[in-house]
Design a protein around this ligand. Sequence first.
Ligand code: DC
Length: 227
Amino acid sequence: MSYKIAIDGPASAGKSTIAKLLSKELGYVYIDTGAMYRALAVFLLENEIDINDEILIKKNIENVNIDIDIEYINGEQVVKLNGKNVNKKIRSSQVSDAASKISVFKCVRDKLLVLQRKLANEQNCVMDGRDIASNVIPDANLKIFLTASLDCRANRRYKEYIKKGFKTTLDETKKEIKERDNRDINRANNPLIKVSDAHLLDTTNMDIDEVLDKILEMSTGGFDNGN
Ligand code: DC
């Protein structure tokens, strides 16, 4: 049986940063489920398929192949869309928005769930997303709900966008995150929730080393979350 750590939380809470560090520290595989939704969004955008049309999406994604290469290249997990590395395409604000929009559809979630569960059961892993503890691996050994204030998350994401050369403003970034959170929390299918046995970690006033230490403490069972 593999040891599984589930990290859920709103957009830009630092889930992937911490999941990467944690998996490195523990020698586990990191599985970024958001990247799978993003890759499928890239497919739909590139093929000009209406991202609001569930019937059309269902028909078109049947034979699409999404995969994750868990071998890291330049410190990054490789996300493959029909065998091609799409890492460079998945982080834009347009793809973030589209990934959130298509993730409301059951056909999209069902397709990716199969891959997510398969990967999680094959090896010790740290998996992050929105419905990991509630739906993908409810049997996870450690569940964390990672969050931070909206301003803090918007600032972090804005800095990332600027570093990557995307043109945007802090206000636009904040608006994008807020809209995405609302959609992810309020959708009918597997919305973002904190399950009762998840540890709540608000990282607003924490640096990354503190967050990592806290989670490592939890993973060895030395943390009382007060629930
Ligand atoms: O974690 P992320 O920002 O890369 O995710 C992009 C979008 O994908 C997110 O806004 C909602 C969707 N998503 C989801 O619905 N369920 C997951 N487990 C992961 C992501």
